[in-house]
Design a protein around this ligand. Structure first.
Ligand code: SF4
Length: 377
């Protein structure tokens, strides 16, 4: 079983905090789709096309900038090359692109999970983040999801913005909850050096988000969502029971996936070993060169590296990591000093061990990155 990720590298404008790979030149969309079809076809009749595909994720960038014909050709190519029996097909959508007709169209193509980039309903915050949509568009996109009876959806929310108050955040959450979302991804705004926000912080024009305030806002998110039956299952992800994202959860469990488009990663683990590779984040190369020329060198991962990754990713989730799985799949066991450290964390209330599974408590999840570094160092 495997997954497919497709990176659509176009956006209407650059959000101030974003460091994903994208361009704003709309004339290149059609040439990109053609190059993408070639890349998909290059996997025909290989070992990668033999495993059944259970999840597909269209991310970016902004996949909702593609039209019906373009999406139809992409899904057509996927179906002709891969054996697809997908339980989840997610597509990221920006509110300003969404109409009921667009939603019906993507549903007809098989998309059964919409990922709506809401971020906030606050006009000033949306402008500060340089988002292309306004609050009215966020509302009408969510209404359209309800009216079309879209099978399931998730919405993104950002907290910890400079200038964002707890009250604005609470209002954002309330407004989002009024649409009864099955799943929410809530991210604290991070300041990346090469972004517009990063430059403003560097020039001293904006103060970076203060750690205590971010932590307070994280508590607000967690408490308010839990009260609505939407529980945290990963550091940034919250869902109603059974509505957890399958595609992303599979990354954390080292399931195989192939990534298409510039900057996309792939991971494949079979009897010949575990490998990861990436397409260069360079649309010009993607359009003009053959897949083997824009694919960066493959990295072969040792079992120990995989085990550490499994711990890093698994300990950020409510499922934690099973000691038995670590041993059976990766040949990895904790050392005596790691066990001692784990016992200390259990005493401090940051971790629990249940049926040989190690998990973070909700206090532990708040500082999970720090704890994981300590466990592995
Ligand atoms: S729409 Fe998404 S991918 Fe595009 S710039 Fe904004 S955050 Fe980045």
């Amino acid at each position: 079983m495997s997954g497919i990720y497709i990176h659509i590298p176009f956006c209407k404008q650059a959000c101030s905090y974003c460091d994903f790979y994208f361009l704003t030149r709309d004339k290149l969309r059609q040439p990109f789709v053609e190059a993408l079809l070639s890349e998909i076809n290059s996997y025909g009749d290989t070992k990668f096309s033999k495993e059944i595909v259970r999840t597909i994720y269209l991310g970016g960038g902004t996949p909702s900038l593609l039209n019906n014909k373009q999406l139809e050709s992409i899904f057509g190519a996927l179906h002709s090359v891969f054996d697809i029996d997908a339980e989840e097909i997610t597509m990221e959508l920006n509110p300003d692109d969404v109409t009921r007709d667009y939603l019906s169209m993507i549903q007809d193509l098989g998309v059964n999970r919409a990922s709506m980039g809401v971020q906030s309903f606050d006009k000033k915050l949306l402008e500060f983040m340089h988002r292309a949509h306004n609050p009215e568009e966020a509302f009408s996109a969510l209404e359209a999801l309800q009216k079309t009876g879209f099978p399931t959806f998730t919405a993104d929310l950002i907290y910890g913005n400079p200038g964002q108050s707890v009250e604005t955040l609470e209002q954002d959450i309330d407004k989002l909850l009024s649409f009864d979302p099955p799943h929410i991804s809530a991210y604290s705004l991070t300041v990346e050096p090469k972004t517009r926000l990063g430059k403003q912080v560097e020039l001293g024009r904006i103060d970076p988000p203060d750690d205590d305030r971010v932590s307070e806002q994280f508590d607000v998110v967690r408490t308010q969502l839990a009260a609505a039956g939407i529980e945290q299952y990963e550091v940034s992800n919250f869902s109603k029971p059974g509505k957890e994202a399958v595609h992303n959860s599979n990354y954390w469990k080292h399931e195989n996936y192939i990534g298409f488009g510039p900057s996309a990663h792939s991971f494949w683990w079979d009897e010949s070993g575990a490998n990861r590779w990436q397409n260069e984040a360079n649309l010009k190369k993607y359009l003009n060169e053959a897949p083997e020329d824009y694919r960066e060198e493959e990295e072969t991962l040792s079992k120990n590296t995989l085990a550490e990754e499994r711990l890093m990713l698994g300990l950020r989730t409510k499922w934690g990591v099973s000691e038995i799985d670590l041993k059976q799949s990766y040949g990895y066991s904790f050392t005596d000093s790691q066990w001692q450290w784990i016992e200390d964390q259990v005493e401090k209330g940051f971790m629990v061990t249940e049926n040989s599974t190690l998990k973070m408590t909700s206090d532990g999840l708040k500082i999970s990155d720090h704890l994981i570094v300590e466990l592995l160092s």
